[in-house]
Design a protein around this ligand. Structure first.
Ligand code: FAD
Length: 264
């Protein structure tokens, strides 16, 4: 782990320039995922470009029907925000259920989505709410941002600056957590805005995914009973020491129904 240059960034552009110049450099946000991977020798960046001094990357703003959360905003700040609770209470629930107090006080929304752990909660939050990821170069729809296991659409030198959420008419969050880490075994975000319904699942495959059949059923009848008989085939799901694929398949329907019920 230990041979790297620590490099606090003075601006987003300077941080991006450092990433472009050193292909093995990495940005440091809360360090809750990056530092453990370095300790385990799974990652060995040449430079750690620290974003923690960039106050412009933190904060929460509600502007009309759009809630924007800065990339360096900590999970604890999302949990405590009156603006988030007023606009999208399901997001308050999501952030408040991440890890433990230390993880919530250090971990950031930007770090969580860039790491794209298959059991992380925010990927389902973003896809389920139809969010947009803003970077120093462009805006990317959440549907396009999460590509595969630990992989996103970010290019070299690209830094996430914020995430914008359209405020939905209704949204609900539910999580079946690993009791040790609180990571998702299955988590689901459901939202409804006019005729558009989204159901996004994390924890069950290598990457967040939507369940089209549930979205269609809920478009006609937005109630937990509407998705009663709909399941995701076990053959497509993760099978590991935390839960086998059959159990995850069962959980997706149960947790999705709870998320719909949580919409109130
Ligand atoms: C014990 C434990 C329990 C946890 N439980 C949960 C849980 O229940 N649910 C959950 O969702 N998560 C959980 N996590 C993960 C946690 O949410 C982390 O905060 C998150 O995965 C990483 O965020 P970070 O700010 O610490 O990022 P870091 O670890 O600093 O960075 C992670 C990666 O993202 C990159 N990165 C960071 N910010 C940016 C940016 N703005 N632009 C481009 N790249 C960037 C970094 O270069 C690095 O590759 C847990 C972690 C721990 C240690």
């Amino acid at each position: 782990m230990y041979a790297f240059t620590y490099d606090p960034a003075a601006s987003v552009e300077e941080a991006a320039e450092k990433l472009r110049k050193s292909p093995d450099a990495n940005v440091l946000a809360g360090g809750m995922s990056l530092i453990p991977t370095m300790k385990l020798r799974l990652s060995s960046p040449s430079d750690l470009v620290d974003l923690n001094g960039l106050t412009e990357l933190s904060g929460i703003k509600l502007d009309g029907d759009t809630l924007t959360i800065g990339a360096m905003t900590r999970h604890a700040d999302v949990t405590a925000s009156g603006e988030v609770a007023g606009a999208i209470p399901a997001l308050t629930e999501l952030a408040g259920g991440i890890g433990d107090v230390q993880v919530r006080n250090r971990g950031t929304i930007g770090g969580s989505i860039c790491f794209n752990d298959p059991a992380a909660d925010y990927p389902a939050g973003l896809v389920g709410l139809g969010a947009t990821v803003n970077t120093n170069q462009r805006s990317i729809a959440a549907d396009e941002f999460f590509v595969s296991l630990y992989e996103t659409a970010l290019e070299n030198g690209e830094i996430v600056t914020s995430v914008s959420f359209p405020v939905p008419q209704k949204a609900g969050w539910s999580k079946f957590a690993n009791l040790a880490s609180r990571f998702a075994i299955v988590s689901v975000m459901v939202s409804m805005s006019g005729s558009s319904v989204r159901v996004a699942v994390t924890g069950a495959k290598d990457c967040v995914f939507r369940v089209g059949e549930m979205e269609q059923a809920l478009s006609g009848n937005f109630s937990p009973g509407a998705i009663d008989g709909i399941s995701v085939p076990a053959a497509d799901l993760n099978n590991d020491q935390h839960a086998d694929a059959e159990y995850r398949s069962h959980l997706i329907t149960v947790v999705a129904k709870r998320a719909v019920a949580a919409c109130g």
